[in-house]
Design a binder for this molecule. Structure first.
Ligand code: NAP
Length: 248
């Protein structure tokens, strides 16, 4: 029987990892997606879509499908599923690795304003500008709904749902993005503040360079604390090495 790896996905790294692992005939690879995006980019290998039903549902799934190793390759801001993964791994004894791309680091010329949450980002905005580029995804835009005087350009893969700020334009798009493209968006919409989560990774980093070039402040939402005490890899290669070590 091939050993069964479950990848909790929804990120570029999760897809890359599945793509690498399916080449190994001794592994069965299943990726799990939350089902938030209408037309997700599907990873190689088996795919299941939808919630498990909390930590207990995930633990049941691990047992039922005889999972030998669990890789939490979800987005650094997907706090709930990462907590559930830690609890289910502790319950079942299935080894768990957190695959977390590093956060972004500022360089000379950046004007970053770190905040602890989307609510704090919203509170900071009126003092910073009038025309805001929101790149925090379609969830959580309700935090900005009370800012009636500000114009928002919100970019997301699928359309956001109410409550939303009244002066809102939506840009449906998904990365990777280019510096030229990001510069054009900032100029065309006369943006004066960028709001982003500290997602890390190259695919969405060009907006930071574009903001730096144009001298714009960036309200950067800090990452939530990940579950403590887990082995962690910064990239798919690190996860492959962890799995190889488990098999030895
Ligand atoms: P979340 O708040 O951490 O999770 C909420 C619930 O959604 C979980 O309890 C779980 O439901 C289900 N879920 C989440 N990820 C899942 C997965 N990979 N497979 C199966 N069920 C999953 O998650 P979120 O922040 O809404 O993110 C949802 C997904 O989008 C994640 O997979 C993440 O990698 C991806 N994503 C998130 C962000 C972000 O900014 N948060 C950005 C890009 C991509 P049950 O309790 O029923 O199991």
């Amino acid at each position: 029987m091939p050993r069964h790896v479950l990848i909790l996905g929804g990120t570029t790294e999760a897809r890359q990892l599945a793509g690498e692992l399916v080449a190994d005939p001794d592994l069965r690879v299943t990726s799990s997606l939350a089902g938030r995006v209408a037309e997700p980019r599907l990873p190689a290998g088996e795919v299941r879509i939808g919630g498990f039903g909390g930590p207990v549902g995930l633990a049941d799934w691990l047992r039922e499908h005889r999972v030998d190793a669990l890789v939490d390759a979800t987005h650094p801001f997907a706090e709930g599923i990462s907590r559930n993964a830690a609890a289910a791994a502790a319950d079942t004894g299935v080894p768990l690795l957190a695959l977390r791309r590093p956060g972004w680091a500022p360089v000379a010329g950046d004007d970053w304003r770190p905040v602890g949450s989307l609510a704090e980002a919203a509170a900071a905005l009126p003092a910073l500008g009038r025309r805001i580029f929101l790149t925090t995804g379609r969830q959580g835009l309700s935090h900005f709904a009370c800012l009636r005087e500000l114009f928002f350009l919100a970019r997301s893969v699928d359309a956001p749902e109410p409550p939303l700020p009244p002066r809102l334009a939506v840009l449906l798009d998904r990365g990777p993005f280019t510096l030229d493209g990001e510069r054009a968006v900032l100029r065309e919409h006369r943006i004066d503040v960028l709001v982003t989560k500290d997602s890390g990774g190259a695919a969405t980093a060009p907006k930071l360079a574009a903001a730096r070039e144009l001298g714009l402040p960036v309200v950067l939402v800090r990452r939530p604390e990940p579950p403590a005490g887990l082995p962690t890899a910064p990239d798919p290669a690190g996860a492959v090495a962890w799995l190889a070590q488990l098999r030895r």
